[in-house]
Design a protein around this ligand. Structure first.
Ligand SMILES: NC(=O)C1=CN([C@@H]2O[C@H](COP(=O)(O)OP(=O)(O)OC[C@H]3O[C@@H](n4cnc5c(N)ncnc54)[C@H](O)[C@@H]3O)[C@@H](O)[C@H]2O)[C@H](O)CC1
Ligand SMILES: [K+]
Length: 510
């Protein structure tokens, strides 16, 4: 797992490093500037010129250090201090003096030469200290950086592209678009969440001297980026003497006339993700269609007709006998009693449960029904379903993804998987995991059904939450990435992910 720190948490970590662990403050900036210079050199053309734009804070200080290292290496460097140099922080001022010792004095922005192919522009205007939309000279500078980039220069951003809000990953206008972003110490939400992540280009995290100890002290939600090894290590080893019972039995409550495919995709995905047995419980008129998709799918008819309601409770409790996980929601016939039914069912069984799609819409009417759940619950809403669960607009949800997911998880004491680009997995009590896999080709019907099946299968194999959730999300997204290479972003469909999951498990086989 890679820790993702907010601007405040970075400041707390930097403070802890300096005050508690004796790290001289100038050393953090020295290390940052050196790494920034190395990154700039790595994208420069032969004999290219480096144009370093420095803002009024420590981000600008990083730029001054980078300029000095580039000069020391014999490069052609021009530097400009944009904005009120009187406000330079002490560290930045010290580095301005040091720079002059190398014979380079900052120039007026207007006096800078044009940059083009082979040249590198170092964006050290603003980092985590950005507070509002860049205006005036800062906005002009960002506009010029964009023009130089269009002319062929490479742009390397110090810590965060200037104009991009570090915590929300939302860009102000204007905002730098970088080819490389050097993340100092820790990645920030802006590097991991959209739309910020796309503006950063290649994110290179570098150590600057902030040891793990300095992050122990930080306050607020703990954010992590899931890495492939974390997901791979979560999978159970398959022992030779195991049998299908070892890998659990998933009950899938899904499907209805016209939406039998959803139930089949959940069931097939659970089978393709290692579940020993999978049974689908649905209305009698839908069941044959679901089971026809594959001989491995077993079925239990839910007597009755129309929406799921309290009259189905006993049949569902019986169906859950001997099961190890429940996946409920995709394509179910939803009615006014469905939410209460789900609440009663979860209050009477202990198996881990995945609620997706119309099960989420059913409980959205009264979230209290989930408070009595006996077993662990994971909700897998897409932003629209999250909006209904949270009583806000989808736009609101997307603007506060981390907070909304974390608040819902904590208020319901469950795990929340907020899908979308960079899916978030929030656990009750504070940790939020950011998933880096997946692509826009997965925006096609049924991919959510497949994810809920993977999650159910991993839970049935005994992997606890939230690990089962972020492992399912990572594997599902990776399956999509692998299959998009074969089918194209436009051609990818949900059942391709069933093939892609096979590639993932093969790649992770231990
Ligand atoms: N703190 C450390 O030990 C280290 C920090 N690193 C780098 O420092 C920046 C964060 O620096 P900070 O001084 O907090 O702010 P910025 O340089 O990002 O912002 C500059 C300054 O500008 C003011 N400001 C904010 N928004 C605007 C605006 N729209 N227009 C004008 N002025 C604005 C505000 O007062 C800011 O203070 C971090 O990203 C790192 O790059 C080192 O890397 C490590 C040591
Ligand atoms: K920057």
């Amino acid at each position: 797992m890679q820790r993702v720190l907010t601007a405040n948490q970075m400041r707390e970590a930097e403070k802890a490093a300096e005050e508690q662990h004796g790290m001289p403050s100038g050393l953090l900036m020295e290390n940052a500037g050196r790494a920034l210079a190395e990154a700039a050199r790595s994208v420069a053309g032969q004999g290219g010129r480096f144009t370093v734009l420095c803002g009024p804070g420590n981000n600008g200080g990083d730029g001054l250090v980078a300029a000095r290292f580039l000069l020391e290496g014999g490069a052609r460097v021009v530097v400009s201090l944009v904005g009120d140099t009187g406000k330079l922080t002490l560290e930045a001022k010290r580095n301005l003096q040091a720079l002059e010792g190398f014979g380079e004095s900052p120039r007026a922005f207007e006096a800078l030469p044009e940059a083009g192919p082979g040249d590198v522009v170092v964006d050290a205007l603003f980092g985590t200290g950005l507070k509002r939309a860049p205006e005036g000279l800062f906005a002009d500078a960002i506009g010029t950086v964009a023009r130089w980039r269009r002319a062929g220069a490479k742009v390397v951003a110090a810590d965060v592209p200037s104009g991009l809000q570090s915590d929300t990953a939302e860009p102000f206008s204007p905002c730098v678009e970088a080819d490389v972003t050097v993340a100092f110490g820790f990645v920030k939400p802006a590097h991991e969440l959209e739309p910020g992540a796309s503006l950063c280009g290649d994110v290179r995290r570098v150590d600057i001297g902030l040891g793990g100890e300095s992050t122990r002290a930080v306050s607020g939600a703990e954010l992590f980026r899931v890495e492939e090894k974390d997901a791979r290590e979560a999978l159970p080893k398959r022992r030779a003497d195991s049998h299908k019972g070892t890998y659990g039995h998933v009950l899938v409550v899904a499907g209805s006339p016209g939406k039998t495919g959803a139930a089949a995709m959940v069931a097939l995905s659970a089978l393709r993700s290692g579940a020993g047995l999978v049974t689908v419980a649905t209305r009698p008129e839908a069941l044959p269609w679901v089971m026809a998709h594959s001989p491995e799918i077993m079925g239990i008819p839910l007597p009755g007709e129309g929406p799921l309601g309290k009259g189905d409770l006993e049949a569902l409790k019986a169906a859950l006998e001997g099961k190890d996980a429940l996946v409920m929601g995709p394509g179910i016939p939803r009615g006014p009693e469905t939410g209460a039914l789900i609440g009663d069912l979860l209050a009477s069984v202990e198996v881990p449960a995945v609620l997706d799609a119309d099960a989420l819409n059913a409980v959205a009417e009264d979230l209290k029904v989930l408070r009595e759940a006996k077993g662990p619950v994971v909700l897998t809403p897409h932003p629209g379903e999250m909006a209904r669960l949270w009583g806000r607009t989808t736009k609101d949800v997307q603007a506060h993804r981390v907070g909304v997911a974390l608040n819902l998880a904590t208020s319901l004491n469950c795990t929340v998987v907020l899908k979308g680009s960079r899916t978030l997995i929030a656990e009750a009590g504070g940790r939020v995991f950011i998933n880096p896999t997946g692509n826009a080709g997965m925006a096609t019907g049924g991919t959510g059904d497949v994810l809920s099946g993977v999650c159910g299968a991993l839970l049935a194999q005994g992997i606890p939450l939230p690990k089962a959730a972020w492992t399912a999300v990572y594997a599902h997204g990776l399956a999509g990435d692998l299959m998009a290479q074969q089918r194209g972003l436009m051609g990818l469909i949900a059942t391709d992910l069933l093939v892609g999951l096979g590639h993932v498990w093969t790649r992770w086989a231990r």
